[in-house]
Write a protein that binds this ligand. Sequence first.
Ligand SMILES: [Zn+2]
Length: 353
Amino acid sequence: MLIKYMKVAFIYNDIYRNSVFGKNHPITDKRISNVYDLAKIINFKNVIYHESSIASVEQLSLFHEKDYINALYEAEKKQEVSLEKQKKYNIGTISNPIFPEMYKRHAIATGSLLLGADLIINNTYNYIFSPGSGAHHGKKNKASGFCYFNDIATCILYLKKNNIKKIVYFDMDAHYGDGVMEYFKSRTDILTISIHQNNLWPRTGDYFYGDNAISIPVEEGFGDTEFKDVFEKRIEVKIKNFKPEIAILQMGADCLLDDHMSKLCLTNNSMRYTIKKFKGLLKKIIVLGGGGYNPWVTLRAWIYNLATLANENSKLSLNSEAKNFLKNITWKNNPKQNWIERITDLPNIFGDQ
Ligand SMILES: [Zn+2]
């Protein structure tokens, strides 16, 4: 089969368009369908769209326990949960509420990533983009931090089942990627890396720096210069030595300046820098979403990631339709002018981008 070397498979499902966690929940409406819609308006030439389907119970069971899968299914169906199950599975809480697509949405996020895994295993693509996936806090038997099914852990186990020998997982989200990191950190065939704000929930991301697992808590105010330094001096060499076949990048946009959930001060250029670095290090890359609670900051970062993966930075000079799309997004706060006029943040300390 011909490999679409330069092409990116954008994995999407329209369930994200009308599914909401709840009125006051930090997960903003349309955060994933916005990425799809704006990508279509920008009209990337190297991006091909694939519709994902829902992961089966068998697929979800690669990582999750059957009784938990069943509890989520039942909670969605009944739109309620007993106190006992609420406690046991951490669902029906303020963070992980009952809502109409609570099972479907997250099983589809997993299905998306498994489709991406198939497309990369079969050599149909080298680059996968699945912004609806990235639920790095999910545990095998409970929900955590807005994450119901851990699509990432499930995907890693699926790749392993399909004879991929070595996988690197890199987590840029402001929060420690505990659901993935803690599960895989003792394995020698998976290199997991999380850079996160040191005093943030879930507060379990203590410093460690091994050959197969790296957790680097950073201070408030951590910005592009510090990020570049950490990546070049501490991360890059570990990935080179590890020689992974596939990289999975969790690009939670809550690590960026102007996301109120963290006090990290990265620009979206640091994400482009990261993707470019990984493109130089290995052939097959899966780019995910993750956290990201300011709708404009998140959307622009993920569009920038897609453009970087597709090697189509030239497309980022926005036409009036694209600017209007950004302008028409509504949220509790008004956007800054540059959020509705351009994709890339300034300044860019990374030089030629
Ligand atoms: Zn986060």
